[in-house]
Structure formats: C-alpha cells, structure tokens
Design a protein around this ligand. Structure first.
Ligand SMILES: [Zn+2]
Length: 306
C-alpha cells in the first residue's frame, strides 16, 4: 500500500501560505483495490504541530526533572552514608576517649597508692585524683565536647607526668636515705659494752662510752652498715687502727681497734662491703670492734640500728 499526500493548491509551496488550506491524503493499495482519499484541514495540522510541540516540551521537562531527581537522590544517599560513617567515627572516638579516661583513672589510683605506701605527700593541687569518665549515653553530635575533653586530657597528662616525676624523685631520695642510713651488725660477735656512761676499764672513772663494743675473734670481717665513702683511715692511741665512713645525710660510722684496714680514704663503699678486720689495736682489753654512730657529729646509740 502506498500513501500519497497531495496538496490541492499546487501552485502555493510556502508553509505560511499552505496553512488555512486543505490537504488530501491518498492511499493507494497494491493491486486493483479502490484508492482511498482523506482530506485534512490545515487547522488540524496546526493543532497537531502544537500538540507535538507541547508533548515534546513536557517530555523534555519531565526528563530533566527525572534526571535531576536521580542526581539529588544519589547525592542524598551519599550524604546519608557519609553522615552514618561520621556518626560511627564519633561513637568510636567517644569509646576511645572513655578508655583513655579510665587509663588516667588507673594511673591516678596507682600513684595515690604509691604515695600512700611510701608515705609521700598527696598529689599536687590542680591534679585530679581520679578523672571522671564520659556519661554512658552521650549525644552523637559532640565534636566540640570531644575536643574539650581531649584538651583537658592533655592538661591532665602534663600534670600527671610532673606528679610522677615528683614521686620518682621523692622515692629516689627515700632509697638514697635508706641506703645511707646505718643498719645491721658491723661484725659477727656479741655485745660486751653498751652506749652510755660506764666505768672505764683503764681509769676506773665513770666516762661516756660513745659506741658499742662487739667482741669477735681477730680477723673477723668488719662490714659497712650503709653506703658511703671512706672519710678517714688512721691510727690513734685510743681507737687503734680506725676507719671513719661518711654516709651523707649527717651520718658517720666509726670502726676502732681493727687489726687490718682494707679500704682507702675517699673510696666508695656499699652496705655489706668488708672494710677491715677485727683486732685489738689501741686502748683495748681484748679482741673486739668499737662501733660508733654519729648523726651531725653527735654520738647516738647504734644498738637501735642493729
Ligand atoms: Zn668501745
């Protein structure tokens, strides 16, 4: 079948002139069938053009809206995903921050126990004894709060570091003082004369005995009762061969009547080091060690330190 469109007014070809006229559409079937002819008014063509134009406009508008909508929806999904990830990140930060707070609390408690055990002063003012943790149900939009907590933690950590340095120094002082404080027996033997007033075995008069006499066999090791340095080794008619140790903190120990001195002046000494051997030199009635303890130059009874 062939469709032919013929224009009645063949002499007119311009579109503007064609409008207002009528057209004929001739349908020519194959074979001998009858030819069909349809007449179309130009108004119908005009209306058809307008409808097509309007439909095209609507199609373009809805297509544009649809594409924009898809773009907006994708952007919305992306933003939702980003928001969800940020929410999870904030939650993790809140948990991490809470764990740091708990660690700080643990440090504070440990330091408090050490201070108590070592009989040290309490932590300096301004340093919290225990840092409070975050509340359980904290809102998710707490970036500012998290930042504030981090800033506070940095301050607390600096203070804690200073406080622990203070504890370390105090403990070192205590350890040094403990090592420098005479303690224990200076030789293996038995007490034969105590600290205090006594009748002199040489003159018979009552005189002050400023140390302990510990009887022991000649050659028995004499040991230092605290860390220190050898202040002096000498011989005197009274003390015989003597060793004087300086322990710092005002403590000095004196060891008299030795048979042999094993250290030299200025030598570093540790508690337990053998410094001499028991003897009977000087003013002595038998083999023994005369052991004196002085604090700031004043003789004190060494018996309480044995
Ligand atoms: Zn004595």
């Amino acid at each position: 079948m062939r469709v032919l469109t013929a224009v009645k007014a063949l002499s007119q070809t311009r579109f503007g002139v064609i409008l207002g006229r009528r057209f004929s559409v001739i349908v020519v079937p194959e074979g001998d069938s009858k030819v069909n002819r349809f007449r179309i008014h130009s108004g119908f063509i005009k209306t058809l053009f307008c409808c097509c134009f309007l439909a095209g406009g609507l199609l373009a508008f809805f297509s544009y809206s649809y594409v924009n909508d898809r773009i907006d929806r994708n952007e919305l999904l992306r933003l939702r995903m980003t928001t969800s990830q940020q929410h999870q990140t904030i939650q993790r930060l809140v948990i991490d921050l809470d764990e740091i707070h708990q660690e700080m609390n643990s440090f504070a408690e440990t330091e408090a126990r050490v201070r108590q055990l070592a009989d040290l002063d309490a932590a300096p003012q301004g340093l919290p004894i225990a840092v409070g943790g975050l509340p359980e149900a904290r809102p998710v939009d707490t970036i500012d709060e998290i930042q504030r907590q981090i800033n506070q933690l940095q301050v607390d950590i600096d203070l804690r570091r200073q406080s622990q340095e203070n504890v370390r120094n105090l403990l070192n002082d205590q350890v040094s003082l403990s090592r420098a404080t005479p303690k224990g027996w200076p030789t293996k033997g038995w007490l034969t004369s105590y600290f205090g007033m006594r009748k002199s075995p040489f003159t018979g008069r009552r005189v002050m005995h400023e140390g302990l006499d510990i009887a022991a066999n000649i050659g028995t090791p004499v040991i230092a009762t605290a860390d220190g340095i050898v202040a002096r080794t000498s011989y005197s008619s009274g003390y015989g061969k003597m060793v004087v140790l300086d322990h710092g903190y005002g403590y000095r120990t004196i060891f008299g009547h030795n048979s042999k001195i094993l250290v030299k002046s200025g030598q570093q000494i540790k508690r337990g080091d053998i410094i001499a051997k028991v003897g009977n030199t000087g003013r002595s009635t038998g083999s023994h060690l005369h052991y004196e303890l002085r604090l700031n130059g004043v003789p004190i009874d060494p018996r309480k330190t044995l």
